[in-house]
Design a protein around this ligand. Structure first.
Ligand code: PMP
Length: 377
């Protein structure tokens, strides 16, 4: 088995998660909307999962709405805004670091007459001083991710949320890469809206959540999805019970292990970066001094293009640019915020460590890179 170093793309399901989900595929298969006992069993399981997500994110369970993942959560927000016939505020403020599930729906809003402003960034982090000038009483919604999927930088969410609220704007954060990796505290951050994804924290794919402060009544736009009352109409459609149960279990595990995971992954990431710099001193580590996700490193070894490195380093699953989009490195807006040097962009890889990663993996990696460089020279 190759060494899996691509945990920002997805994670394996934890054993406990698979165990928790299993009965909901077999004996506990009821539809949670059914009034009979099988339905009630499924409904109770969903509510328990909601509670577990809320504990990890520090919010009220009634403010969590299950969706199929962060892509759907993000789309629900922006596409719902299109349904408002006349609005005094038609300005969105965001950044060039966002995932496509934020940036593409925002582009539709731009086509439909919304003004879209982009916050400048420095070293992969939104410039908070500039934010106060750009976010004004014209702004309807500010959307800035909590953690970047490519370079791992963390954004000043609490400060952005405060600036937004001062001018009466809503604040949304795409926290798909943050939940289970850093201490996500929605209450302290003061977000109005947040998006989550289960498969980034050892839960199953196809599950996630949309957080709305004050629950259904706190969602200020008409619902874009129609056809059922599930999740109070915000996300109609039969709930994927096994996946939601798995997501809940993944959150319970993350609540238990979060600070151990943070300590382990940040020290392993620092060790990886130090070892790489010792062996290949010309290696460039992006945003190394910015606040970053514990297990993420984005780096370039100039002279070794990312596609060559990846195709020659078959013992490792690593990514160039953002693996969860189709993107080539050249199309990564995030990396373009960091450097315009195409040789560095072409050589950039992303390593995202996880619970199974070890120091021995690091040693194997530097030996592999060294062999590749020798072969290519
Ligand atoms: N936002 C970010 C920052 C992400 O990294 C991802 C997943 N790559 C998503 C949104 C989409 O999440 P999902 O796969 O749950 O749709």
């Amino acid at each position: 088995m190759p060494i899996y170093w691509d945990h920002n793309a997805t994670t394996p399901c934890a054993d406990e998660v698979i165990k928790a989900m299993q009965p909901f595929y077999s004996e506990k298969y009821g539809n949670p909307s059914s009034p009979h006992v099988a339905g009630k069993t499924a409904k109770i399981a969903i509510e328990e999962a909601r509670q577990k997500v809320a504990v990890l994110a520090n919010c009220l369970p009634e403010d969590i709405f299950f969706t199929s993942g962060a892509t759907e959560s993000n789309n629900i927000i922006f596409l719902s805004m299109l349904l408002v016939e006349c609005s005094k505020r038609k300005q969105i403020v965001t950044s060039h670091l966002e995932h496509k599930s934020v940036s593409e729906p925002i582009m539709i809003l731009a086509e439909k007459g919304f003004e879209v402003l982009y916050l400048p960034t420095k070293n992969g982090v939104v410039d908070i001083d500039e934010a106060a000038n750009i976010i004004t009483p014209k702004t309807a919604l500010v959307s800035v991710q909590a953690a970047n999927n490519e370079i791992g930088t963390l954004q000043p969410i609490k400060e952005l949320s405060e600036i937004s609220h001062k001018v009466g704007a809503y604040f949304h954060t795409d926290a798909a890469q943050a939940l289970g990796k850093i201490d996500v505290d929605l209450d302290w951050w003061g977000c109005d809206l947040a998006s989550f994804s289960s498969h980034k924290l050892y839960g199953p794919k196809g599950a996630g959540a949309l957080f709305v402060k004050r629950g259904r009544s706190g969602f200020p736009w008409p619902c874009v999805l129609r056809g059922g009352d599930q999740e109070q109409g915000l996300r109609p459609g039969t709930v994927n019970v096994p996946a939601v149960v798995g997501f809940g279990e993944a959150c319970a595990l993350a609540t238990r292990y979060l600070f151990d995971d943070i300590a382990k992954l940040s020290s392993l990431r620092d060790w990886l970066e130090k070892t790489l710099l010792d062996w290949f001193p010309w290696c460039i580590i992006h945003a190394q001094d910015a606040p970053r996700l514990p297990g993420t490193t984005s780096l370039a070894i100039p002279g070794l293009p990312a596609d060559l490195l990846i195709s020659n380093c078959r013992d490792f699953c690593i990514s160039s640019g953002a693996a969860c989009s189709h993107g080539t490195v050249g199309s990564s807006f995030t990396l373009q915020q960091i450097t315009s040097d195409t040789k560095i962009l072409d050589a950039t890889i992303r390593i995202s460590l996880g619970r199974s990663s070890t120091k021995e993996d690091v040693t194997k990696f530097v030996h592999s890179i060294s062999k590749i460089l020798k072969r290519l020279s």
